[in-house]
Design a protein around this ligand. Structure first.
Ligand SMILES: *Cc1c(COP(=O)(O)O)cnc(C)c1O
Length: 374
């Protein structure tokens, strides 16, 4: 089904095609010159000392956790409100994810809950930079230093997000930025793992490349697997990097238009900007009344909506952790009251006007199923 307003559409054009053509012409499809250029430019952009490219953000988190020394039986503190991969990457190391609640205002991990989640087995904290702004890193770093814990940032959504002069993903012991199709820039699938620590970097390099530092040897000093990207993906990535300023500018413009057009709808509130970083709207996230009815109404009007993340403590795959509902009032509240509206480069002003008009009709028009006015 084709939506009048889809949730998402990556911004790719002739520049990506030209780079892909070069890859095909040289017939070097695996990691090669474009991978090198892509990585170099990401390091320049983020200011991180080291980085490795890998298949996707999920694998990136898994590798980052292994590289900082997470082992079976360890515990890693993760916000309850995030994409499932933040928790599953921890589980795949054999460690136990320990969930904590979020702030209602900005949907970021509630850092005041970290300390009471720490046990004798805790080895790391995984702050997640959610929805285009930063999680407050100073308290995370302070607690981590005091308890001797590692910090692995899930900056999957964090490209371009800068917290106090430090790019997200480059602040902790390791951090991951994803290039999945719905992130700020995309290579289809792909990610980078960043670190400022040389030993962590060496471990990352070995883990992703068959346990060795060079590809031209059949001697494998340690165990690793193949978690590399291809030059086809990196060719797209190099073209995408050039688009960042345009993408950011356009997304912010869209966001402002939404804010203006929905300003008088009193059932709608935008997620607060926490002021800890710049904002690059990942989605346009709003708190709403009658969430389910509104989402159905928008779908009926050919607008593709998304709910917010399903709290990890409620995920069937984490039922073995035996959390109780009452532990997470804020993630439950967010899940039950939030809606994501589309925001992407090629979204047209008329489409945003149509979305806002439809929301307005839902709450105030006679056709609206909720008809709270009556
Ligand atoms: C997208 C995302 C991931 C996973 O990244 P993939 O590249 O899709 O595997 C992890 N965490 C968060 C918060 C994400 O948004």
């Amino acid at each position: 089904m084709k939506y009048r307003v889809p949730q998402l559409e990556p911004f790719v054009d002739e520049e990506e095609l030209q780079n892909l053509r070069k890859v095909i012409e040289t017939a070097w499809l695996t990691e090669g010159p474009f991978a090198e250029e892509f990585l170099t430019k990401i390091l320049e952009l983020t200011g991180a000392r080291y980085g490795v490219l890998t298949n996707n953000g999920t694998i990136g988190l898994y590798l980052a956790l292994l590289a900082v020394g997470i082992h079976p039986g360890d515990e890693v503190i993760v916000p309850d409100f995030t994409f499932n991969a933040s928790g599953s990457s921890v589980a795949f190391t054999g460690a136990k994810p320990v969930f904590i609640d979020i702030n209602r205002a900005d949907l970021q991990m509630n850092t005041s809950q970290i300390e009471k989640a720490i046990t004798g087995k805790t080895r790391a904290i995984m702050p997640v930079h959610m929805y285009g702004q930063a999680c407050d890193m100073d308290p995370v770093l302070e607690i981590a230093a005091r308890y001797g814990l590692k910090v692995v940032e899930d900056a999957a959504q964090g490209l371009g997000i800068v917290y106090k002069n430090r790019h997200t993903g480059s602040i902790g012991d390791a951090g991951v930025i994803s290039f999945f199709a719905d992130k700020t820039i995309t290579t289809g699938e792909g990610a980078v793992v960043l670190s400022n620590d040389e030993e962590t970097y060496i471990r990352l390099k070995k883990l992703r490349n068959q346990g060795r530092l060079q590809s031209s040897t059949f001697i494998h000093p340690t165990l690793g697997l193949n978690f590399r990207m291809t030059d086809l993906q990196c060719a797209v990535g190099v073209a995408q990097l050039k688009k960042i300023p345009r993408i950011v500018e356009r997304k912010l413009k869209h966001y402002d238009l939404y804010k203006r057009l929905l300003a008088n709808v009193k059932q709608v509130h935008f997620v607060e900007e926490n002021g800890l970083s710049n904002l690059i709207p990942f989605r346009v996230n709003i708190w709403v009344e009658h969430q389910q009815d509104l989402m159905r109404y928008l779908e009926d009007h050919s607008i593709q909506t998304r709910g917010w993340f399903y709290p990890l403590h409620r995920q069937p795959c984490f039922s073995y952790l035996n959390y109780s509902e009452s532990d997470f009032p804020e993630t439950n509240h967010a899940f039950e009251n939030g809606v994501s509206l589309p925001v992407f480069y090629n979204l047209k002003e008329e489409q945003i006007e149509y979305v806002c008009e439809t929301i307005n009709n839902f709450y105030y028009g006679t056709a609206g199923p909720a008809n709270p006015r009556h």
